[in-house]
Ligand binder design. Structure first.
Ligand SMILES: Nc1nc2c(ncn2[C@@H]2O[C@H](COP(=O)(O)OP(=O)(O)OP(=O)(O)O)[C@@H](O)[C@H]2O)c(=O)[nH]1
Ligand SMILES: [Mg+2]
Length: 636
């Protein structure tokens, strides 16, 4: 079996991910001619919309061979509106290249991505790209990487003539390497102290690979994806520094779906990364799922039809009509993957321009949600539809996709912040059997209390679990957790309830020949499901909830002379300043403000800074709204 490396290419928008992917494919001989983003001819920006706009919208997979390693490369979008695409990919990577521009340096998304990569312990190599462009400053970017990303950067190439078309790279002197590595490798340090000459380059490289695999250090290469300078060195590093595994492909298959697309005839194609075992044509991906009817895997850089996809590989599966992005498949199938980034902060009403396309729009959106589980659709009893969103660009993309792929012209209106609710105190409620307020054949007690994130616990007598409906207590707990999660979609004010612990404190069900208090038709799963929101709402009413709004942290860099007007402008937009610093005639101001005020600040910035102000922003959690809490119409 060949060795495989599943590699993600990640970066802030426009840093050069797609150009680098194209360059690597070309250098490895996987494509015969090199395409350009600006001409709309790259392999991985294959969607019409991507080619026209020159940005990546969906993650794309390609494959190349370096030495004896088969590298599956996943080019991701950098625009924050499409962070959901990166979210799904993170869970299937063996390693990543985080690209940063030698001109723009570390940008907000660079930080967000590095934090996620570190948290998930994805071994990462950095590539300082665009050293051929005017203004490139590799040394300054290296300092930023250390300071702003908080990683121990190990430069492996040195750039010369950066900022010119003659920019080149050479191997960095190895002196720095021992300093970077000895801290976390006592044996290496001891060997070096005993006899520095005996620490061979091979020994150092092995130590570097080991610490890279453990996410302790981050090797950094420099170059230009455009001219190809430095990419050969990067390719060497990818296969010698990132952990290339030879996974065990015996036993039943387990993997994760990380992308769904539709084929020419509208059929679903699911991309799977296999972690162990193997999956075959005609296998079911879960007990209750459809059968796989076709498999394609990469071989020497191209998709080929096969009967099996094995551990370590990426495969395209057909026949799975009901599969969703993020789903785990195979023997150890558990929940959907957890999310790694901030949630969408906007919601907009979406309406078809032609009134007779309402049903078609609903069906089309349902298909988009399968591909993008972070898009949440709400349909109100009146039939009106809303979608949750990250931003304006995503809105335009949804609009263009609906028009091009489904022939539906839509209008977005009433874009508003996506508020959440948090419980204020503790509340509990209970429904017993045969009471006038309980139309169901099940009984439930729930307690709600503030927490960080969402958690569900089962604290009931196991005798009270209907084991004729659920196979065991764990299955009952999982089902109840899902009912509770669904019910929390709309709290007292109609917003999603977050940050709460829900404990199930009592349970019961009626039986035909039971004592009078329990006598009745046998309870079904539907009784538990339907009763859950009633009890939960009562518990929430007792606990009380507070409506909170999504916040952004903005950082503005501007000429020092404009400080006064920048501060005034921020205050007018309701921002709270919590830091400012002046250096070399320029000033940085950091401030928190409601996320929906950001576009206004963006528009107001050029006039108060003579066009010299730069705004960066990132999601900064939720804060209670001041004044009257906004409410949203409930759908139930
Ligand atoms: N001069 C120079 N330009 C580059 C280089 N790499 C990329 N570019 C240009 O930078 C722009 C963005 O490149 P992309 O490859 O689309 O960047 P990306 O990171 O894939 O962008 P998104 O996927 O939209 O986030 C394009 O105009 C490229 O031609 C480079 O090494 N040097
Ligand atoms: Mg791209």
């Amino acid at each position: 079996m060949s060795r495989t490396l599943n590699l993600g290419i990640l970066a802030h928008v426009d840093a050069g991910k797609t150009t680098l992917t194209e360059r690597l494919l070309y250098e490895a001989g996987a494509i015969g001619a090199i395409g350009r983003v600006d001409d709309g001819t790259t392999l991985t920006d294959s969607l019409d919309l991507e080619r026209r706009r020159g940005i990546t919208i969906r993650s794309a997979v390609a494959s190349l061979v370096i030495g004896d390693v088969s590298v599956n490369i996943i080019d991701t979008p950098g625009h924050p509106d499409f962070i959901a695409e990166v979210d799904r990919v993170l869970g299937v990577l063996d390693g990543a290249v985080l690209v940063v521009s030698a001109v723009e340096g570390v940008q907000p998304q660079t930080r967000v991505l590095m934090r996620a990569l570190r948290r998930l312990r994805v071994p990462t190599v950095m590539f300082i790209n665009k050293i051929d462009r005017g203004g490139a400053d590799v040394a300054a970017v290296l300092r930023e990487i250390q300071r702003r990303l908080g990683v121990r950067a190990v430069p492996l190439t040195e750039a010369s003539a950066a900022g010119t078309r003659a920019a080149a790279v050479a191997k960095a002197a190895p002196d720095g390497l021992i300093d970077a590595l000895a801290d976390d490798d006592e044996a290496l340090f001891a060997a070096y102290v005993a006899d520095s000459a005996r620490v061979t380059p091979d020994r150092l490289w092995a130590a570097l690979a080991e610490q890279t695999a453990k996410s302790l250090v981050c090797p950094v290469y420099a170059g230009s994806a455009m001219t190809g300078v430095g990419t050969a060195e990067l390719m060497d590093g990818l296969v010698s520094l990132l952990p290339v595994a030879e996974p065990d492909d015996h036993g039943p298959g387990a993997g994760r779906i990380f992308k769904i697309e539709r084929g020419a005839a509208g059929e679903k194609i699911a991309y799977v990364r296999m972690f162990s075992g193997a999956l075959q044509v005609r296998d079911r991906v879960r007990d209750d799922a459809d059968k796989v009817t076709g498999i394609s895997v990469f071989e020497r850089g191209a998709w080929v039809r096969r009967s099996t996809v094995r551990a370590g590989d990426i495969g395209k599966l057909s026949g799975l009509a009901h599969v969703r992005v993020g789903e785990a498949i195979g023997s150890s199938a558990q929940d959907a993957a957890p999310h790694h980034f901030a949630p969408p902060t906007l919601e907009a009403r979406i309406t078809p321009d032609r009134h007779d396309q309402h049903v078609a729009l609903r069906a089309a959106l349902a298909q988009l949600v399968e591909q993008d589980p972070l898009i949440n659709i709400r349909s109100e009893p009146s039939g009106e539809l809303s979608v949750s969103l990250y931003g304006e660009v995503q809105k335009e993309v949804i609009q263009a996709t609906l028009a091009a792929d489904y022939g539906i012209a839509v209008t977005f209106r009433e874009t508003s912040p996506l508020y959440i609710e948090r419980p204020v105190g503790v509340g509990a409620a209970e429904e017993i059997l045969n009471s006038p307020t309980n139309p169901f054949h099940a009984a439930i007690g729930l307690r709600v209390e503030p927490a960080s994130g969402f958690a569900f616990r089962l604290d009931v007598d196991y005798q009270s679990v209907p084991l004729y409906v659920y196979r065991n207590v764990d299955e009952f707990a999982a089902a109840m957790q899902e009912y509770v999660r669904a019910a929390l979609g709309e709290g007292l004010y109609g917003w999603q309830v977050n940050d709460c612990l829900v404990t199930m404190i009592s349970s019961n069900y009626s039986i035909a020949d039971g004592p009078p208090s329990r006598r009745g038709p046998l309870a079904t799963a539907a009784d538990f499901r339907k009763l859950t929101p009633l009890v939960l709402m009562r518990a929430l009413r007792q606990a009380g909830t507070r409506v909170c709004e999504p916040m952004s942290r903005a950082r503005i860099d501007a000429p020092a002379t404009s400080l006064g007007s920048v501060l005034g402008m921020l205050a007018r937009h309701g921002a709270v300043i919590h830091g400012q610093s002046v250096h070399d005639g320029s000033v940085s101001v950091e401030a928190d403000l409601p996320a929906d005020r950001l576009p206004g600040v963006q528009r107001a910035l050029p006039p108060v800074t003579n066009g010299d102000g730069v705004l960066e922003s990132a999601f900064a959690g939720y804060q209670p709204v001041r004044g009257e809490p906004p409410s949203r119409r409930r759908t139930r």
